[in-house]
Design a protein around this ligand. Structure first.
Ligand SMILES: C[S@@+](CC[C@H](N)C(=O)[O-])C[C@H]1O[C@@H](n2cnc3c(N)ncnc32)[C@H](O)[C@@H]1O
Length: 277
């Protein structure tokens, strides 16, 4: 068999795994780009010593635990407190301006998606940590498609492990212990920080926009989304913002060409934009 037709068979088998995910796993693979799906599936195959996609599909059919592990791998929820610290440093002045402009009317923030909550909690902590921001009038709505991520977010308990150093993640704060209660390697977000954040399940591709947001975070989701869904997702973000509101993207994400006129970079390196519409 030629190499090209072997590769063709492997592609077909990958599609059979993706079809299986679509039918049997509570995840919508159609939203995500194939390169991303292929990488996540390959990582699970390596973990389970499956030599090819056909073998892995058989494994998925008979092994409940592997279906759960694959779902976990597909809904990547890598995150962190103050992920990309340069962005958070630049965000301080945006938050100060919004706090000064809006006064008692308050600052409405959307963290979409929020994963295990460290992004919205970072914002809540920053608001309290900065003397020029009136944190009493900051309100954050944090959403994610994953119920498991939202449960972790509501609990607000994080642990330092071999790969995650929570103390280091909280370093941008002047007094981290004012915001988390620490017991050895376990960090519990304090009630005052939680009080500014509410969590809700949300599918950013199909659930449509919010409205009147002053600041929207959509970081590290667009990179996984199939190009067909990027523009509609962006419309959801845009329509959620009030005129003059701010949008923050992930470090490697950009505004689609068709919408660049509507988003003026405030800090290009940090991917903070102002909506001019
Ligand atoms: C890599 S995390 C990003 C978290 C955070 N914004 C950050 O940058 O650290 C991606 C999150 O997107 C969520 N997600 C994936 N598809 C989604 C969708 N259609 N609607 C809402 N959330 C989604 C996943 O569950 C995951 O928690």
């Amino acid at each position: 068999m030629s190499r090209a037709s072997r590769r063709g068979d492997e592609d077909d088998d990958l599609h059979r795994v993706i079809d299986f995910v679509e039918d049997e796993v509570p995840f919508e693979p159609g939203y995500y780009n194939e390169a991303y799906l292929g990488r996540r599936i390959a990582a699970r195959m390596q973990r389970r010593d499956a030599d090819d996609h056909a073998e892995y599909r058989d494994l998925l059919e008979r092994d409940d635990e592997e279906r759960k592990a694959l779902l976990d791998a597909l809904t990547v929820n890598v995150t962190g407190f103050f992920r990309d610290p340069d962005m958070w440093a630049d965000l301080r002045s945006v938050l100060r301006d919004l706090s000064a402009e809006n006064g008692r009317a308050g600052v409405d923030v959307w963290s979409a998606p929020c994963a295990d909550g460290r992004e919205p909690y970072s914002l809540s902590m920053l608001a309290a940590d900065d003397d020029e921001v009136d944190e009493r009038h900051v309100s954050i709505t944090a959403v994610d498609i994953s119920e498991e991520a939202l449960d972790a977010a509501r609990a607000g308990v994080y642990e330092t492990t071999r790969t995650t150093d929570i103390e280091e993640e909280l370093a941008p704060l002047s007094d981290p212990e004012a915001y988390v209660e620490r017991e050895e390697n376990v960090f519990r977000v304090r009630r005052s920080v939680k009080s500014r954040v509410s969590f809700e399940p949300y599918d950013l591709i199909s659930d449509g926009p919010k409205s009147g947001m002053d600041l929207v975070f959509c970081r590290n989701l667009l990179i996984y989304i199939d190009s067909e869904y990027k523009e509609p997702l962006f419309e959801t973000l845009r329509d959620s913002l009030r005129s003059g509101g701010y949008l923050v993207l992930g470090k490697t994400e950009t505004v689609p060409p068709g919408m660049r006129d509507e988003f003026k970079p405030v800090e290009k390196r940090s991917r903070i934009y102002r909506y001019t519409g």
